[in-house]
Write a new protein. Structure first.
Length: 348
């Protein structure tokens, strides 16, 4: 079976990291390749399996000419698996001129398109072009079903996973810093974490990993609050497991999430994790790490301070988080994707 994955770019992000971890495992059972619309980002440095060919369209991901360029690719494979908007739109339109079997993974519980009801009929048409739609959590499935106003049997939940061994092996001597690894984009809420640092014990500093449109605004906020000496902006990094392995506490502050892959990575690295109480993320963290109301910097600071001050709570929470992470192996995710590919090809 020949499978092609298509994604906008390889910038740091949950979808990109999932694809790069997933494809080498899928390659154990299928012939799999990756097509990247726009040559940007370096997450592919983690994808060094010679069995997985990487191709680039070298086209801006929002350029409508992508549709024409996609046509010859869609004809070559048994399954074409698409990630993220606008690739989802362009592949759906291109499929009108081919007999491609399309799969799409929905990576979030929310996006800005869902704020515009006039877009719903267009979205219903786009999603109808896919043979199967994978949702990465039950909350993601429910949110998409409400938006599309359907209980379509095409929606299949396959939870994300990570390479657990990579994070376990990277653990080292803990240093007194809090870490958050996320792109600076609307779904993420670094601002609340930055504000929380006003109330966090001075013994702790903060390291923010990632890049994106909100980065400069967050730098400015940091300056306005007089926190430049306590907060470091590290940009895009390829040594995230090592940074997690040395951190004291992990934070995932978000406005919304589809799943919470970064939270799992931090938990697998032995960190007690503090996360926003939002759909997708809450499912992953609740009962292991600590939750705070999204946007509440005082509550977030209290969670961080309690973990730092109470050694017993710190140790117990870190161990609970480590145990929770064991549920989310990338091997299970890959196995379930391959089962889905065989299932939809058999039905075709």
């Amino acid at each position: 079976m020949k499978v092609l994955h298509i994604i906008n770019d390889l910038k740091i992000g949950g979808a990109q990291q999932l694809v790069c971890a997933l494809l080498p495992l899928i390659a154990n059972e299928c012939e799999v390749e990756l097509l990247v619309i726009h040559r940007s980002g370096d997450v592919c440095s983690q994808l060094n399996d010679p069995r997985v060919k990487i191709h680039y369209l070298d086209c801006h991901p929002r350029n409508p000419l992508v549709v024409a360029k996609l046509l010859r690719w869609l004809k070559r494979y048994d399954v074409v698996h698409v990630h993220l908007f606008p690739s989802s739109y362009f592949c759906a339109i291109a499929s009108l001129f081919t007999r491609a079997t399309l799969v799409f993974t929905e990576h979030s519980t929310n996006n800005r398109r869902r704020e515009k009801n006039w877009l719903r009929p267009i979205e219903q048409f786009i999603y109808s072009r896919y043979k199967a739609i994978v949702t990465i959590s039950d909350q993601t499935r429910d949110a998409l079903s409400r938006w599309l106003q359907t209980d379509d049997k095409k929606l299949v939940t396959i939870e994300n996973g990570i390479c657990l061994e990579k994070y376990k092996q990277s653990e080292g001597n803990r240093e007194d810093y809090v870490i958050m690894v996320s792109r600076f984009e609307p779904a993420k809420d670094q601002e609340t974490l930055i504000r929380a640092m006003q109330y966090v014990t001075p013994a702790l500093t903060l390291q923010l990993v990632g890049d994106g449109a909100k980065l400069e605004a967050c730098r400015q906020l940091c300056t306005e609050l007089g926190l430049n000496h306590r907060i470091r902006f590290l940009g895009t990094r390829t040594d995230v497991p090592q940074l997690v392995g040395r951190a004291k506490i992990g934070v995932q502050s978000s406005h919304w999430e589809g799943f919470g892959l970064t939270a799992i990575e931090m938990m697998a690295g032995g960190l007690p994790v503090v996360a926003s109480r939002v759909e997708g993320l809450q499912q992953v963290v609740e009962g292991a790490g600590l939750l705070f109301d999204a946007g509440n910097e005082r509550q977030l600071a209290d969670c961080i301070n309690s973990l730092f001050a109470d050694r017993e709570q710190y140790t117990a929470t870190a161990e609970a988080c480590r145990q929770r992470a064991q549920r989310y192996s990338i091997k299970n995710t890959a196995h379930n994707y391959v089962k889905l590919y065989h299932s939809i090809c058999h039905k075709s």
